[in-house]
Design a binder for this molecule. Structure first.
Ligand SMILES: [Zn+2]
Length: 78
């Protein structure tokens, strides 16, 4: 089950919650459901911009552009 970091908009507490299915997570401090999900540093997701950027840097260093879109390849003259 995925564990996410949340910040409560109501009481400004930061905490981890296990998200079960479609249940709406609630703040353990004040029971508010006005939560903002934080980007987890310990379990990065594949869609993270930082991961994509580093993959592109690696690809560029290796001389291929498979991580770039066609438009970006045109711009780069590849
Ligand atoms: Zn709260």
């Amino acid at each position: 089950m995925p564990i996410y970091d949340f910040r409560c908009s109501a009481c400004d507490q930061v905490f981890e919650l296990v998200v079960r299915g479609s249940l709406e997570p609630a703040c353990p401090h004040c029971a508010s459901t006005a939560l903002q999900r934080q980007v987890s540093l310990t379990a990065p997701q594949g869609t993270s911009k930082a991961i994509i950027a580093s993959a592109r840097q690696k690809a560029q260093a290796e001389g291929h552009f498979s991580h770039y879109s066609k438009a970006e390849r045109r711009k780069a003259g590849v």
